[in-house]
Design a protein around this ligand. Sequence first.
Ligand SMILES: Nc1ncnc2c1ncn2[C@@H]1O[C@H](COP(=O)(O)OP(=O)(O)OP(=O)(O)O)[C@@H](O)[C@H]1O
Ligand SMILES: [Mg+2]
Length: 233
Amino acid sequence: MLRTQGLVSGYEKVMILHGVDIGIKQGEVVSVIGRNGVGKSTLMKTLTGLIKTSDGKIYLEDKDVTKSKSYERAWKGVGYVPQGHMVFPRLTVEENLMMGENINKVKGKKPDYDLIYEYFPRLKERRTQEAGTMSGGEQAMLSIGRVLTGNMKIMLLDEPSEGVQPNIVEQIGDIILRINKELGVTVLLVEQHIGLIQQVSQRCYAMDKGMIQDSLTRDEILDYDKIKKYLSV
Ligand SMILES: Nc1ncnc2c1ncn2[C@@H]1O[C@H](COP(=O)(O)OP(=O)(O)OP(=O)(O)O)[C@@H](O)[C@H]1O
Ligand SMILES: [Mg+2]
């Protein structure tokens, strides 16, 4: 579904990623873990095209998208849930979803708002509330709801647990798994929240200093001693 080869990228003259190779198969739920500042968000932004690739390749369904614009990747099925949720604070819940619909616009296909509200009843209750006044958990739900308005094949989530209270993190994990199973969406999750990583990941990549240092199986993910060295805990 998504594969990178020797990915190098960064900001101005400072390179942050120094040759990242990852691959996610259709239907998988894979995590990228790593401490603060190792380059996880830089990787996500490079995959979505928000940051230019300086060297290496990105393949989406075996097609080279390294030079594709961000919106083209969105049309091709890349859904992005950015770190910090990034909802439009002065717009209502409903308006935020409509922005998602416009950005991800797919000809002849209307988003299934009933399904989005079924996954997140809280969003339905609060559809006329300004997004900036909602809790961290509600904003995380809205950020995920917003990508569900598109024709998504792979969902890239960057620390959706950030600023979200523990019981809501677990609910978000349940929804990520439902989106994967019921809608057939492949998932790439960047996380540091051990509970969420263990709840959803089939396998994971551990990142440090802009490179993939290790690859962990589901059993290794469940072993706290194995994964804690890659987390800021
Ligand atoms: N816009 C920018 N300009 C210059 N340097 C940046 C920019 N954004 C991030 N960096 C630097 O790139 C490095 C990696 O940052 P990145 O946000 O990818 O880390 P991260 O693994 O996502 O961290 P966190 O867990 O805190 O979200 C850091 O040293 C950071 O200071
Ligand atoms: Mg980050």
